[in-house]
Design a binder for this molecule. Sequence first.
Ligand SMILES: O=P(O)(O)OC[C@H]1O[C@H](O[C@H]2O[C@H](CO)[C@@H](O)[C@H](O)[C@H]2O)[C@H](O)[C@@H](O)[C@@H]1O
Length: 249
Amino acid sequence: MDDQVTLPAPRADWALFLDFDGTLVDIAAHPDAVAVSPELHELLRTLTQTLHGAVAIVSGRSLDGLDALLNGALPAMAGIHGLERRDGRGQVYRPMDRTESFAEARAALSAFVEQHPGTTLEDKGNALTLHYRGAPELAGEAEALLRTQCEALGEEFRLLRGKQVLELKPAGHHKGTVVEAFLAEAPFAGRTPVFLGDDVTDEDAFAVVNRLGGHSIRVGTDRPTAARYQLESVHAALQWLGSLSEQID
Ligand SMILES: O=P(O)(O)OC[C@H]1O[C@H](O[C@H]2O[C@H](CO)[C@@H](O)[C@H](O)[C@H]2O)[C@H](O)[C@@H](O)[C@@H]1O
């Protein structure tokens, strides 16, 4: 992994894919507590202009959750770790609604959260997310619960781990598959993919971008990664992104 000094020289033919939490905004105590500044909205608009629309957010949050935070600043976005996607023209792609499949897991997780202060359930409909940032000592118990629920759901579902968070979602889509879906169509097709992310679920996208000859950039330096470059922090990522348009013009 190279360091920040040797980040790739920005080019007008890039397709830029950006993770959200831990990449564009600092991690906060609660999902609703992240600070999204007007400057971030402006940055996303400027990058989208510079790269002729080839900018997408690729997040674990839902599309609705992202829109609420970003005021629709970007048309192209992927939510729930690649499960749902909105393309550059605003067309939304969602797989079959599995909300009902989660009924039992939803009840079990709700009961857990009620009994364990400091934990939160984020219900995304097609995925269930259990946060334990407010009670990190419950990591083991939470993991055991989610494992049991995932086994009960069967092979069509997966358990994902993130930053003090565990998530149940349908299998078959991840951040790598959704980057490939964007790259198959305008305005992303034919461009060099560049992915910025911080979390374990971003590793799927790093692997795809590396295979396609693009640039993978990890935000954070605290664990091994397949990313070829690194930026130290959200602050460093925002500074670098802020300099791209000037460097490309
Ligand atoms: O793929 P991302 O955009 O990085 O989304 C991953 C998860 O991010 C959110 O949870 C994380 O950020 C929260 C706010 O800073 C923090 O409280 C939590 O501990 C982190 O795990 C989001 O709430 C999840 O839905 C996303 O899957």
